[in-house]
Design a protein around this ligand. Structure first.
Ligand code: NAD
Length: 379
């Protein structure tokens, strides 16, 4: 079977779906890996490194696509790429099936089998395939580095001959995977960190990283579903959180927002009034820009300044750390694919509790009911 990797074409994308270490592993399973020349260059991997790992490298995209049994990608491939694939070919990557299901309709007409990394269930067996967590880890780290770079102060407390420099105060909103990594990174840099999340379970994790957990009395309201994800809160419950956030943002140098509710617009946590109340020179990094933003004033992929407060809402932070983001992603993809390869051939078992739920389209049908419903809603 042929696994094909192309150069990603989305603007600003530097990641690659498979790194040479994963190619070696897949070739060890008797799969062939074919790579478009230069596909790894954004992630500092040369064609020679891929060849040494056992891949075949070619500049001919069309020829590669026509031999592909599996196309491994980071982002959803453009239409013209899908159109070149053979009927029955498999596509695996971040396909954005829930927010843009219509863009995958061509996969139906072409009989492609598509697997979305966003749909991989978060069960114990699939932890090594959890690409959302991998990318959230990178984003949480990089958000703090960006804030540190733009902040006109230092993070750590320093005692110098010229006097004491107080530590920066960082407020993290949403303490899931990205938020916890942001907390850990800010703490390593010596900041004093506070965090807020609607899930009570996040409190212990926040505290174990040496940060202070801000508690809001939500009157026993249910804040998480059976899968451990936050649920959409009522406006009244959201407002209680906003008041506490506004109060703590006033004294913060950095606010990093990471709050998300799967399948919904990101909750609005930092209001215009809260931003107006912040100190000049402080920095907000909004990681929820792709789903509408946690800050009322953030603009996707732009930096805006309001009363001396800088608000940044980067949309693709993992692409700005392409080596490690690709390494983690490549391992996630390989962990998904490896169990499907038997004696060098692809065996897809839709009854498998990871494979079935991750599948978006197969044999001309929508497989995932959430995606099918999302598609119908938009029709
Ligand atoms: P996410 O990206 O969906 O959300 C980020 C955070 O925002 C979450 O912690 C959420 O509680 C928080 N949030 C949502 N609404 C909020 C609001 N109004 N105010 C404040 N915070 C709000 O979540 P995620 O980081 O992908 O993960 C969330 C949960 O899933 C965590 O419990 C995590 O431990 C768990 N998880 C489990 C696995 C696994 O078992 N394999 C893997 C990854 C994550």
């Amino acid at each position: 079977m042929n696994i094909v990797v192309l150069r990603e074409t989305q603007a600003g994308e530097a990641r690659v779906a498979l790194m040479p270490e994963s190619v070696k592993k897949l070739v060890g399973l008797k799969a062939s890996v074919l790579l478009e020349s230069g596909a790894g260059s954004g992630a500092a991997r040369s064609d020679d490194e891929y060849t040494a790992a056992g891949a075949t490298v070619s500049p001919d995209r069309t020829a590669l696509l026509q031999t592909a049994d599996v196309l491994a990608t980071v982002n959803r491939p453009p239409l013209e790429v899908l159109a070149e694939l053979r009927r029955g070919a498999v596509v695996i990557g971040f396909l954005r099936p829930l927010d843009e299901p219509a863009a995958l309709a061509p996969a139906l007409t072409q009989g492609l089998t598509t697997f979305a990394m966003e749909l991989v269930p978060r069960i114990t067996r699939a932890q090594s395939m959890d690409a959302l967590s991998s990318m959230a880890t990178v984003s949480g780290y990089k958000a703090v580095i960006i804030a540190g770079e733009r902040l006109p102060r230092m993070f750590p407390m320093l005692m110098t001959a010229a006097g004491t420099v107080p530590p920066a105060k960082v407020l993290v909103l949403g303490a899931g995977v990205a938020g916890l990594q942001a907390i850990a990174t800010a703490r390593r840099l010596g900041a004093v960190v506070e965090a807020y999340d609607v899930r009570a379970a996040a409190g212990e994790q926040v505290q174990s990283l040496g940060a202070n957990f801000l508690k809001v009395d939500l009157g026993g309201l249910k804040t998480e579903d059976a899968g451990g994800y936050a649920v959409e809160l009522s406006e009244e419950a959201l407002e209680r959180g906003r008041q506490l956030i506004e109060e703590h943002a006033r004294t913060s140098d950095v606010v990093i927002t990471t709050a998300q509710v799967p399948g919904r617009r990101a909750p609005l946590l930092l209001t215009e009034a809260a931003v107006q109340g912040m100190k000049s020179g402080s920095v907000i990094v909004d990681l929820a820009g792709a789903t509408g933003g946690n800050c009322a004033l953030s603009k996707p992929d732009q930096a805006v300044e309001i009363n001396g407060v800088l608000i940044i809402a980067p949309l693709n932070l993992p692409a700005s750390v392409p080596v490690h983001a690709s390494q983690l992603y490549s391992r996630n993809i390989t962990a998904f694919l490896a169990p499907l390869i038997k004696d060098g051939a692809l065996h897809i078992d839709m009854n498998d509790d990871v494979v079935g739920p991750s599948c978006v389209t197969h044999d001309g049908h929508w497989v995932n009911s959430r995606v099918a419903a999302a598609q119908e809603k938009r029709d």
